[in-house]
Unconditional design. Structure first.
Length: 321
């Protein structure tokens, strides 16, 4: 019985966890899903009283028995690469078939622990759902508006009477005509900017700007919460710590019990067994939930603090064996 890690070959965090599992004698298989279908093939069957069974075969001759997979850890991966001889519509069709066929078989393996379940992970990508569940489990969240209406945005911002920020709903990385652009959290300097007609082009997320003492990343692994305080020394990092890692200092902390228990409950309701949560501690010392990333990174936190996060993730992966 083995752990299947789906991700890039150069993933150092996956290397660390795989090494931890190897020391324990747990078999580990590494695959990059983007190798399908050109460098990785699949043959899977299902029948009455038999779940999906068959094999994956790599171009170097390695064969993986689907029946032996008991845990799947979904890390990052690039897109499938389709045969360049296909037309545009053919490529789009083949890509969809690959995603639903290859991904669907793996997701449909019986008695298999996923970190995280693909359906739950997809749902958790929606920040409005996260915020709704967070309030339901008793976490504090920033005052938030999601709108495509410029008048509503302006009225909300002026009635709030406090500084506000804009943050993208779909993450910081965005493709733009062959270039990769980064959209960090940014302050809206003047509410009148919200009257720009471009607001009507799509949905936008605006929040009150939390006056912070510090921030934290809390790694939630089932019932365990491992938290690290982040203190920023630059204006850029105080706005969005991802913009200036060099200015950060790291301190292991224990969150208040009620916050930790609420974070555990949040992930249970989202159907996640793993999540990396971003929190802010405001000037009244309340911990404010910002978001959780079901594939959020933790490797550098372990390096900076010595916390055994990789071992805790290995514990989780080993549970499925």
């Amino acid at each position: 019985m083995s752990v299947l890690i789906l991700g890039h070959e150069s993933d150092a965090v996956a290397d660390r966890v795989a090494a931890e599992l190897a020391v324990r004698g747990v078999p580990v298989v590494r695959l990059n899903p983007s190798a399908f279908p050109q460098r990785l093939s699949m043959s899977a069957r299902i029948s009455d009283f038999h779940c999906w069974h068959g094999s994956l075969k790599t171009d170097d001759g390695t064969t993986i028995d689907l029946a032996e997979i008991r845990t799947v850890w979904q890390r990052g991966s690039s897109q499938f690469v389709m045969d360049e001889r296909m037309s545009g519509p053919e490529t789009a069709f083949a890509y969809g078939e690959a995603r639903r066929g290859f991904g669907g078989v793996l997701a449909g393996l019986g008695n298999c622990l996923w970190v995280n379940d693909p359906i739950a992970a997809a749902r958790a990508e929606y920040k409005p759902i996260q915020l709704a569940v967070a309030t339901d489990v008793g976490l504090h969240v920033p005052e938030t508006l999601i709108t495509s209406d410029q008048e509503s945005a302006y009225e909300w911002a002026t009635s709030l009477g406090r500084p506000i920020i804009y943050k993208p709903l779909s993450g910081v990385w965005h493709a733009d005509e062959g270039q990769l652009r980064v959209l960090y959290t940014s302050t809206v300097e003047d509410p009148r900017h919200l009257l720009d007609e471009k607001i009507t082009l799509t949905a936008h997320l605006f929040q009150e700007r939390v006056e912070k003492i510090c921030e934290a990343r809390a790694v939630v692994i089932e019932d365990k919460v491992i938290a690290v305080r982040l203190d920023a020394a630059s204006d850029e990092a105080r706005e969005d710590w991802r913009s200036d890692y060099d200015s950060l200092t790291y301190t292991p902390i224990e969150l208040p019990p009620q916050v930790s228990s609420a974070l555990v409950e949040l992930h249970k309701r989202l159907g996640l067994v793993y999540g990396a949560v971003d929190l802010a501690c405001d000037v009244s010392e309340r911990w404010i939930f910002l978001e959780t990333n079901q594939r959020g990174e933790f490797g550098w936190l372990g390096e900076e603090t010595g916390l055994p996060i990789a071992a805790a993730v290995a514990d989780l992966l080993e549970k499925g064996i």
